[in-house]
Design a protein around this ligand. Structure first.
Ligand code: NAD
Length: 472
């Protein structure tokens, strides 16, 4: 039984001052697996003060010192890879393969940031000026529950590389993942206060951090709705804000695609992390001439997906994170049918043989049009909408008919055709014939999927401010 009632402030685990305690429930079994006592605004103030004190020395660190810190963090997190994986499975039902990938990516983030910093010019000449790239100041790092370790480590890596101390607020839905990660980060033995971690509600701890005048930078990953609140709270003190937000990504199968390769990849993109991924390709755009064949193949592949125990590496789909998300996804499935989409497979209720746990039947709709809710809203569950198109131009129009623009996928045998098409897609990233990202390339959204970029050089620059020093 987990009992989580500490924050990590000023280099130590300290009891939280807040007095609200919530239960942690394993979504695969619905059993209570622990309790979490939430931090409150007072805890947040202490964390912010600790980071502000640490910022003084952190801001003066050399490139070599920051690279040392990143290497220490990498080693510490790498040593906890399996624990991080196992808590993601236990806490939100992450399927084994996904949990494994995220846990490895967490430590890799520090290696990547060290590499980027090594080759980055923190001072350069521009005309008569010397331009110095200075740390922006204390950063607030907000993470969602569906990618806790990966999100925290990639943000923290960029912050450290830039010379910024931070206050980290993971989701209150991810206390287990946060606890093992905090213990791992602590073992890196960085100077006190360089990072501080606390679990509390967004409406008080999150708000206290995002409104604080001592915070110079906010790097937020989460929903667009929350991102808007954070951006509004930050504008009062002109915080630098990076927002990685909601997605409704399109996967486009072109008429020349090898369907044996394209369809399994597209289904993987749609159902990754049990459909709870910002980059999930939840709109599958197919040429009308091939629609019947594709739908039949999709039906048979989805019908064969193993839904169940997320600890089993053979499981494709685990449960959704909690009862609220289960109910929400059920409501979307009903809405899809009510608005006239054709249910191909899946539907309401739990999969056969699973009578407890927040398991959803992997569900596919065809005859979906862009004006339906299932084509517009992020469902955050294993629900795929198939939309037929008559021409490549129409496919582009449909793909872009969204307020979001995080990622897009294109499947084709002709790389040049896909690269031309990519220039017309409104998305921060376009993946061609693959679904794994390039972690050194910039990541982020256009339109309401976000502001700014993370990862690599762009991720580092987001924590830096350019100062021009000009002399005769
Ligand atoms: P969320 O927006 O509910 O919460 C994200 C974080 O913000 C949590 O730590 C939460 O406690 C905090 N928060 C909530 N209200 C706040 C407030 N008023 N002030 C400050 N902080 C506040 O998102 P979630 O449910 O945890 O995650 C799912 C969402 O995140 C989905 O929309 C998904 O697409 C998105 N997401 C985006 C990316 C990306 O990189 N673009 C990655 C993962 C998840």
């Amino acid at each position: 039984m987990w009992k989580i009632n500490h924050s990590y402030i000023d280099g130590a685990f300290v009891p939280v001052q807040g007095n609200e305690t919530v239960q942690c429930i394993n979504p695969a079994t619905e059993e209570v697996i622990g309790t979490l006592t939430l931090a409150d605004r007072e805890d947040a103030k202490h964390a912010i003060a600790a980071a502000s004190r640490a910022q003084v020395a952190m801001g003066r660190t050399s490139k070599a010192e920051r690279i040392d810190m990143l290497e220490q963090l990498q080693a510490a997190v790498l040593a906890s890879t399996n624990e991080i994986r196992d808590t993601a499975i236990e806490e939100y039902g992450a399927p084994f393969a996904r949990a494994q990938w995220v846990s490895r990516y967490a430590s890799q983030s520090f290696t990547n940031a060290a590499l980027v910093l090594k080759h980055f010019d923190l001072s350069r000449s521009v005309g008569d000026a010397t331009v110095v790239m200075e740390p922006v100041g204390v950063a607030a790092l907000f993470a969602p529950w569906n990618s806790t370790a990966g999100t925290i480590c990639s943000k923290l890596a960029s912050a450290i590389a830039a010379g910024c101390a931070s206050v980290i607020k993971p989701s209150e839905l991810s206390p287990l993942q946060t606890t093992v990660l905090a213990q791992a980060l602590h073992r890196a033995e960085l100077p006190k206060g360089v990072f501080n971690i606390l679990l509390g509600r967004g409406s008080d701890v999150g708000d206290e951090i995002s409104a604080s005048p001592l915070i110079a930078k906010v790097s937020f990953t989460g929903s667009t709705a929350t991102g808007k609140l954070i951006a509004r709270a930050g504008i009062e003190t002109m915080k630098r804000v990076s927002l990685s937000l909601t997605g409704k990504s399109a996967s486009i199968i072109l008429d020349d695609a090898d369907l044996d390769i394209a369809i399994p990849l597209a289904l993987n993109a749609a159902f990754m992390n049990n459909g709870q991924a910002c980059v999930a390709g939840t709109r599958l755009l197919v040429p009308r001439t091939h629609a019947e064949d594709i739908i039949n193949r999709v039906k048979s592949l989805v019908g064969a997906m193993v839904v169940g125990n997320p600890q089993d590496p053979a499981t494709a789909l685990g449960p959704l994170v909690n009862r609220a998300q289960f109910d929400r996804v059920q409501a979307f499935i009903r809405r899809g049918q009510a608005q006239g989409a054709t249910l191909i497979i899946g539907g309401e209720g739990r999969p056969t043989g699973l009578d407890k746990g927040y398991f959803v039947r992997p569900t596919v709709f065809a005859d979906v049009s862009s004006d339906m809710d299932i084509a517009q809203e992020e469902i955050f569950g294993p629900v795929l909408s198939i939309i037929a198109y008559d021409s490549q131009e129409q496919a582009i129009t449909i793909a872009n008919a969204s307020i979001y623009g995080l990622q897009a996928y294109v499947f084709t045998r002709q790389l040049e055709r896909a690269q031309r098409l990519a220039t017309q897609l409104q998305a921060g990233s376009v993946l061609i014939n693959r679904i794994s990202p390039e972690l050194l390339a910039p990541f982020g959204g256009v339109k309401q999927s976000g502001v700014g970029r993370e990862f690599g050089v762009f991720g580092l620059e987001a924590f830096l401010e350019a100062k021009s020093i000009v002399s005769d």
